[in-house]
Design a protein around this ligand. Structure first.
Ligand code: SF4
Length: 62
């Protein structure tokens, strides 16, 4: 939760790479209010690396 609205932390968002073909939050948002952040443009390979890093951290903490 941000100060005014919910915010997506760029370190924790893989644009759903590793789970889905398209960003699920954008697909299901009824008011089209989740834009790509031009300050955090990442390649598919970078997003997949983030996905692997995050899921490895999750597995290590369980
Ligand atoms: S649903 Fe996918 S694109 Fe949306 S915030 Fe979560 S990881 Fe990112």
């Amino acid at each position: 939760m941000g100060e005014v609205i919910y915010e997506i932390h760029p370190d924790l968002c893989t644009e759903c790479v590793g789970h889905h073909d398209k960003p699920q939050c954008q697909l299901f948002c009824p008011v089209d209010c989740i834009p790509h952040d031009p300050n955090h443009v990442e390649s598919n390979d970078e997003l997949m690396d983030k996905y692997k890093r995050l899921t490895a951290q999750k597995s290590a903490s369980n």
